[in-house]
Design a protein around this ligand. Structure first.
Ligand SMILES: [Zn+2]
Length: 279
């Protein structure tokens, strides 16, 4: 039987996403860059910090700014712990409180359902994962670079490709641009390029030109889906929920979003709620 491979929204074989932490005022400048390039990201916020000034570089956005600014470019607001405490050092009830209260606050501020997270400090243990699940978190990002374009195998340990300061990032961008899973003979699973960081780091390093150059290089590609973390999560989960007939010829999409797949180098769209034939 022919193998079937997921394709991202619109039948695209690749996706690019960003994740930026702490809700600092430099996010506004970063979003302008993303918006100008048609890119989308996820911004992870500590809701107990809103409006605070920690030092010259870290001024945290206010609740009003969180409510209005991120939605302009279709970006996602996600949790980062109420107070940016180390979840793995807390008792379960305190860790749950940190995550769940942050989620509740961000939902009230944004008027949307918040299901994403990045672990504060990037640290966690098995109990942190359990508490994230208990708080209704669908995925949580770590700070472990994979150096590849693989899809996450565990949503609550979603390892990014690299930090924006990774010395290899432009090399990764070249190979992401020039190669494609469509060209491969066997494993044609789609590729995901996932970049993370803190936007105040661009001020600290004086390297806003670096992220602009990266976005210039990675923008406007017809075979790339530019999406937030939760859009990618929800799309992949909807793909995984497809059901196939015994002979693999019929496929049903029970979800509310259109899903694309590739078989024998043909791309099919399985519309939301529909059954189609792949023969
Ligand atoms: Zn942080």
């Amino acid at each position: 039987m022919s193998r079937t491979f997921m394709r991202f929204f619109g039948g695209k074989p690749k996706a690019l996403t960003f994740s930026y932490d702490d809700g600092v005022t430099q996010d506004l400048r970063l979003m302008e860059i993303f918006n100008a390039h048609g890119m989308k990201g996820t911004f992870n916020i500590n809701s107990a910090s809103l409006g605070k000034v920690y030092n010259d570089l870290q001024h945290i956005l206010t609740a009003e700014q969180i409510a209005s600014e991120y939605k302009k470019g279709g970006h996602e607001v996600a949790c980062h712990g109420l107070t940016h405490d180390f979840l793995e050092k807390l008792t379960d009830d305190r860790a749950l409180y940190e995550i769940f209260t942050d989620r509740c606050n961000l939902e009230k501020i944004t008027g949307s359902i918040v299901r994403g997270m990045a672990y504060p400090w990037g640290t966690y243990n098995a109990d942190s994962i359990k508490m994230a699940k208990a708080a209704g978190i669908a995925y949580s990002r770590t700070t472990v670079s994979t150096g590849n374009f693989g899809l996450p195998s565990d949503w609550l340990q979603w390892h990014p490709t690299c930090h924006h300061n990774d010395a290899r990032i432009m090399e990764f961008a070249d190979s992401f641009n020039n190669d494609s899973p469509d060209q491969l003979p066997y494993d044609r699973n789609p590729w995901l390029f996932y970049v993370w960081g803190h936007s105040y780091e661009f001020d600290a390093a004086g390297n806003w030109g670096h992220i602009e150059a990266f976005c210039d290089k990675a923008a406007g590609k017809e075979d790339v889906w530019y999406a937030t973390n939760i859009e990618i999560h929800d799309y992949i989960e909807a793909y995984r929920a497809l059901s196939f007939s015994c002979d693999g010829e019929l496929v049903h999409n029970p979800s509310g979003i259109d899903i694309w797949l590739e078989r024998d180098r043909r791309t099919f769209c399985v519309p939301a709620g529909k059954t189609i034939s792949l023969s």
